[in-house]
Design a binder for this molecule. Sequence first.
Ligand code: 2U9
Length: 345
Amino acid sequence: MSDDLKKIERELHEAVAASADLRALEAVRVDYLGRKGAITGLLKQIGTLPAEERRDFGARVNVLKQAAADAIESRKAELEAGETAARMTAEAVDVTLPGRRPTIGRKHIVTQTLDEIIEILEGMGFAVEYGPELETEYYNYDALNFPPNHPARDMQDTFWIDDGRHEAGEYLLRTHTSPVQIRVMERMQPPVRVIMPGKCFRNESVNVRSHVMHHQVEGLCVDEGVTFGDLKGTLYTFLKTWLGMDVELRFRPSYFPFTEPSAEVDVSCILCRGSGCRVCKQTGWLELGGSGMVDPNVFGSVGYDAEKYTGYAWGFGIERLTMMKYGIEDIRLFFQNDMRFLEQF
Ligand code: 2U9
């Protein structure tokens, strides 16, 4: 019996020492001190022994039980300390490493240009007006004196809305911001001095120079006695301020249904100042957009007295202005969200 106890004690200490983690140690505890454990079995034997053996055996088994509990408890403390140390090493944070810098956003270069243009023209007395991007044929074409069979109304140039809920040909994505000018003139009487920035849509193939969506800023001034000279002065002052240098303007005769006379506006090349370079393709001039005196038929659409009032109007592409100022050669760069491009501005 005494040998049995010694053997159990020896094996217990070996098993405790061999427990590599808390789970293995718990298994050892169950083996010896659990309900069916070896030492629990010995404790159960005590009551079955003759009285003269019971006291001595009972005392030794209880000592063994206490020794087992102590050995398991102290190994448990050892293993817990080891696991904590291992976890601390694994989860250690090197506080001396530099932190991750948050990236700071900025306005898109087209928005920056728009903001600059608006600020300058507001300073020159123009109010800013916005209108819907989803327009009707009336505001986009009819009221602007486009004849019914004008090629711009074609499927190839215009995104017509055919959603099954409206009559086909009723709605379209505006192809210019000019419909806003009609809406403004319907609402208010001269004098009118407004600019209309916003998105426009063209159903055409995307390439280096044109895109299905771009931004325009148009301007309109209507009053008694407004002349082409006022248009020239306004555009000259605006461009000189925005480009921060003296420039020359050139007006080339052109045609738009909504202006008469009409002119394309060119500015002397800001890179070579007119001597000829890569940006202006050796011409010395950069094309900005269109302009002209508002056609009397347009005044008829909005109920203005064309005998009393005259007006000038212009339209510039924001992307085109930005490309000219910074020497950007591909309009698609504005819409590709490539950070290497956007971060330059
Ligand atoms: C009304 C009367 C007159 C606005 C004008 C242009 C000429 C023009 C585009 C050219 C390509 C802008 O750069 S672009 O995208 N615009 O050429 N726009 S005159 O004249 C108006 C508009 C509305 C009622």
